[in-house]
Design a protein around this ligand. Structure first.
Ligand SMILES: CC(C)(COP(=O)(O)OP(=O)(O)OC[C@H]1O[C@@H](n2cnc3c(N)ncnc32)[C@H](O)[C@@H]1OP(=O)(O)O)[C@@H](O)C(=O)NCCC(=O)NCCS
Length: 186
């Protein structure tokens, strides 16, 4: 599996995370509102974010997951890192996985402008362009209306509910029900 390290959308550049991104990553990865419907624990400091970036780079080099940071392409905020999007293989071997899972998060100040829709569409195209890949899915907490709306608007199919599937520690330690959204080939 070979993904482009940089992907451009109308307003964003999706690129490799770099050590210098730690303060920008910390800004959204320490925000409990951003993490509310994710399995992440909030980063305590920029060192946590630097470790996270190192982990992402390691996974990319190993070919065990693929992630990009989102940065504005142009304008007064050009280059500013505002989010992350990733693909994780759900079948083995990772390098030939037919099934990938998408995850994404965006700094709160940038919600509601359709930005993540651009990133999701571009990463889905890159995923389905891989000959090995037949399925990309995403799991949304049933209370995560914005994420479900985004996927629905982009034409993802709702496949149903997986019950008690994922712990979202900002909500509770009890596993939660999630909706399953997918795009498949053919
Ligand atoms: C989910 C998330 C990525 C959406 O990104 P975004 O760039 O703000 O998405 P959009 O601007 O396309 O907005 C999503 C849609 O949900 C709608 N929406 C936003 N908040 C909503 C809410 N509380 N209830 C219902 N709909 C909502 C928006 O109006 C928009 O719909 P529209 O296209 O019909 O106008 C962003 O909110 C986020 O990072 N959340 C925290 C992390 C997260 O939950 N990640 C996903 C895990 S599955």
């Amino acid at each position: 599996m070979s993904f482009p390290r940089q992907i451009q959308t109308a307003r964003l550049v999706l690129r490799d995370p770099r050590p210098a991104d730690a303060p920008a990553v910390f800004a959204f990865a320490s925000d409990p509102a951003v993490l509310r419907h994710l399995g992440w624990r909030p980063h305590a400091d920029e060192a946590d974010s630097a470790r996270h970036i190192g982990h992402e780079l390691h996974r990319w080099l190993k070919g065990s997951a693929w992630s990009w940071v989102l940065a504005w392409r142009e304008g007064p905020q050009a280059g500013q890192v505002i989010g992350q999007i990733e693909l994780q293989p759900q079948s083995h071997p990772a390098a030939e996985a037919h099934h990938l899972r998408l995850g994404y998060l965006l700094a709160r100040a940038h919600w509601g402008q359709g930005l993540m829709g651009e990133a999701v569409a571009a990463v889905l195209d890159a995923a389905l362009a891989q000959p090995a890949v037949w399925r990309v899915d995403a799991l949304c907490d049933l209370d995560n209306a914005a994420s479900a709306r985004l996927l629905s608007r982009l034409g993802w199919q709702a496949e149903g509910v997986m019950r008690r599937a994922i712990v979202h520690p900002q909500v509770s330690d009890v596993p939660r029900d999630v909706s399953v959204w997918a795009r498949v080939k053919g």
